[in-house]
Write a protein that binds this ligand. Structure first.
Ligand code: TEU
Length: 560
């Protein structure tokens, strides 16, 4: 029997430490806080913990702006705390992957401080520096070397007064992009990665890793809305050397490592064809990628259309087919950048529990490695914020300032958009119990707690066998016990049905059939189903002709 990598049967749990558990009463989650919840995660059954960045950082982008890759930021604890977390996770049979943010550093990283100090500094070429565009005086409108827009509003270039040149930042101005064309940059990153693996880390989630190779000619992009700024993505997504860089990284960092690792690359705008190349084991690049097709909400995230199940089904179905023979899918509906799944794809009102469990059933029964984002196992919902003062995320705050301050949009209209798509929807404190700060902290948290924590919290959920939490636990257990969940071939059924998401997973003589009504109305089920009913949500699973609102069923049939 062919051996398959361990992570084909694994489930990953993402922790956003700032919002997970606060141990020292400063209102901010930390690594010792995570340590107190390892048994909670072991009870849930997860195999891997992905820890969002805990490294030294000015926190401009909540830690995705790193100023020391080999130190833990004091707000999150000490290096010894992380060592202990890795050790105690391993003691429970769990693995820890760290968040590798190497497309850019913080502008407070010593590398950038040196690089910006003079045009002839040895580290000048560690970042992207360019003079003003020909014919323009530095600092004048349009003088930026390209017309690229930053992902966090405004131009992607900032003028540095010291040397009169511009530096590139695809994200905030405090996140200058590293120049991966420079082999010294690559070697410094590889050395840091080896250092973390030597300390016991089990791999990495690689932040926007498909942006590290850029078109070196730095061409302008298509203008956005007729304005002065243009789209950078065509020049920076999956650039000409991306596969070379990832194969070099694999050879220099991962090859020959005794312990099995997990490496997942976050890849905005990556296509199925890209993902086949990135995750083909023979190419020794990555194990899987986070693609964005199914969570892309419209032309821009701010023109969010209501999520349609038909779109979700079509997108996930394309990726199942595209990676069926070579490569591997990650499976996710949310993370620290996305709205809560039950609010975005489900019904976070009357059918909150039913829709949370139905969506989880569909996702976890796909072929790929599922990722659970903290709080989704409780059916946590988007934040009901009504003031911009409740928001913390730089992307959100910059967007609000631009839409209201520059475009003149009505604040209430922009706030309505934020309640749908802001990244802070996923960053409200983890809801552990019904106490004033949800058991997250003894102090007022850095971001307001969702008031519905009184009803939606881990303590209540774990005591209720019909809760979202117990359903996630059963789904994770099923992946560990039923080989067809991890390895079965995927076949979509009823592809055109607007509400029913149905498919089979076939491995040897076992066929699993999943049928789910992803709507808040009862629908007719025009599909012959049968066999052992393994799991059911939102209904009793006995009506052979109809599915109740958000009723999902998993059937198992073994021939022979
Ligand atoms: O996100 C990359 C990315 O594509 C995001 O800009 C995402 O598309 C957007 O936030 C959706 O609204 C990664 C990290 O996950 C994110 O938290 C960081 O802000 C970003 O990179 C820069 O490091």
């Amino acid at each position: 029997m062919a051996t398959h990598p361990w992570w084909t049967a694994a489930v990953v749990y993402q922790i956003y430490p700032r919002s997970f558990a606060d141990s020292d009463g400063d209102g901010i989650g930390d690594v010792p806080g995570v340590l107190t919840k390892l048994d909670y995660l072991a009870d849930l059954g997860v195999d891997v913990i992905w820890l969002s960045p805990i490294f030294t950082s000015p926190q401009d982008d909540n830690g995705y702006d790193i100023s020391d890759y080999r130190a833990v930021d004091p707000v999150f604890g000490k290096l010894a705390d992380l060592d202990r977390l890795i050790e105690q996770a391993h003691d429970r049979g769990m693995r820890i992957i760290l968040d590798l943010v190497v497309n850019h550093t913080s502008d407070e990283h010593p590398w950038f401080i040196e690089s910006r100090s003079s045009t002839d500094n040895p580290k000048r070429d560690w970042y992207w520096w360019r003079p003003a565009r020909d014919g323009y005086a530095a600092g004048s409108p349009g003088a930026e070397p390209t017309n690229w827009a930053s992902a966090f509003s405004g131009p992607a270039w900032d003028l540095d007064e010291t040397t009169g040149e511009y530096y590139l930042h695809l994200f905030s101005r405090k996140q200058p992009d590293l120049n991966w064309e420079n082999p010294a940059v690559r070697q410094a990153v590889y050395s840091m990665m080896r250092w973390w693996l030597d300390r016991g880390a089990d791999g990495f989630r690689m932040d926007v890793i498909n942006l590290i190779s850029k078109d070196p000619s730095l061409p302008d992009g298509p203008p956005i809305g007729g304005g002065p700024l243009g789209v950078a993505w065509e020049a920076v997504v999956c650039g000409p050397r991306i596969h070379e860089f990832l194969q070099e990284m694999h050879a220099e960092v991962f090859a020959g490592r005794p312990a099995p690792l997990l490496n997942v690359g976050e890849m905005p705008l990556a296509t199925i064809q890209d993902a086949v190349l990135f995750t083909d084991p023979a190419r020794r690049e990555l194990d899987m990628v986070f693609q964005f097709d199914h969570v892309t909400m419209g032309p821009t995230k701010w023109d969010a259309r209501p999520a349609k199940i038909a779109d979700l089904k079509a997108s996930l179905g394309r990726w199942q087919e595209g990676l069926a023979k070579i490569g591997w899918n990650s499976l996710y509906l949310s993370n620290h950048d996305q709205p809560r799944p039950v609010s975005h794809f489900g019904d976070d009102g009357r059918y909150r529990v039913e829709s949370s469990t139905a969506l989880a059933t569909v996702l976890h029964l796909h072929r790929g490695t599922p990722y659970v984002y903290q709080g989704d196992e409780l059916g946590m919902t988007n934040a009901p914020f009504t003031s911009i003062d409740d928001y913390r995320d730089i992307e959100t705050l910059n967007h609000y300032a631009y839409d209201v301050g520059v475009r003149g949009q009505q604040p209430d209209r922009v706030l309505a958009d934020l309640r749908k798509v802001s990244r802070d929807n996923a960053r409200t404190p983890m809801q552990w119990d019904s106490s004033p700060h949800a058991g997250f902290s003894t102090a007022t948290p850095w971001i307001p707690v969702n008031p519905n924590h009184v009803e939606i919290n881990a303590e209540t959920a774990m005591a209720d066998t019909g809760s979202v939490w117990h359903h996630y636990r059963r789904l994770i257990e099923l992946r560990h016990t039923e080989r067809a969940v991890a390895l079965g071939d995927f076949t979509m059924l009823l592809p055109d049905h607007p509400h029913i998401y149905a498919f089979t997973r076939q491995l040897d003589d076992v066929t699993l059939t999943v049928v789910a009504n992803l709507s808040s109305s009862t629908v007719e089920l025009d599909l012959a189903v049968g066999g052992e009913l393994l799991l059911v949500t939102g209904g009793v699973g006995t009506d052979s002709t109809h599915l109740k609102p958000w009723e999902a069923r998993i059937y198992r049939r073994a021939v022979g």
